[in-house]
Ligand binder design. Structure first.
Ligand code: ZN
Length: 179
């Protein structure tokens, strides 16, 4: 896993325009949370909505270790640039997961597999995400589901039960510890 500093410097060295564009990204941070992963390691989970000049993007950061630029970072963003340039190259460094892309090596967009971040993630780092202090702790394991005894049907058999609400549409979500 690479540090915030390493991700930013790899991006700056090869795509300085991304760092420049990051300066105009507006971010709306959610309060940071402390989460325990499957291995018992603690990380700071930071989520934000980033607005550049197109539609709002959702970013997720998991920061391990001491606060600041040396924090080890796992990152994810819903933008296309992240999908096509960053995700597989970051996954190879254990700094992301294959979530939005097909997992193939980015032969054309990033053949050297430089661990790049998109302007939304760069903006979050440049605006001090690695220094954020968690304001709440999240349990890694979901609390046990309360078993509610099923009610005996007393209504007439002709009464229709309302249809279940449609599942919310969105990008495919991978189950993560702490969720
Ligand atoms: Zn992005």
């Amino acid at each position: 896993m690479l540090s915030v500093k390493q991700l930013l410097s790899a991006t700056r060295a090869t795509h300085p325009n991304i760092i420049n564009n990051a300066r105009s990204v507006r971010l709306n941070f959610s309060p940071a949370a402390e989460v325990e992963d499957d291995d018992g390691d603690l990380y700071r989970e930071i989520k934000a909505i980033g607005r550049g000049n197109t539609i709002p993007r959702e970013i997720t950061l998991r920061l391990y270790g001491k606060r600041g630029p040396e924090s080890l970072a796992w990152v994810s963003c819903t933008c296309e640039w992240f999908l096509y340039h960053c995700e597989v190259a970051l996954w190879a460094k254990r700094s992301s997961d294959i979530e939005y892309s097909n997992g193939f090596k980015p032969e054309i967009t990033n053949p050297r597999m430089v661990p790049l971040v998109c302007k939304h993630i760069a903006a979050a780092f440049m605006q001090g995400a690695a220094n954020m202090v968690p304001s709440r702790k999240v349990q890694s394991k979901a609390p046990p589901v309360k078993k509610v005894p099923e009610k005996k049907a007393t209504t007439s058999p002709t009464k229709k039960t309302p249809a279940a609400p449609a599942a919310p549409k969105g990008p495919p979500k991978i189950k993560r510890p702490g969720e």
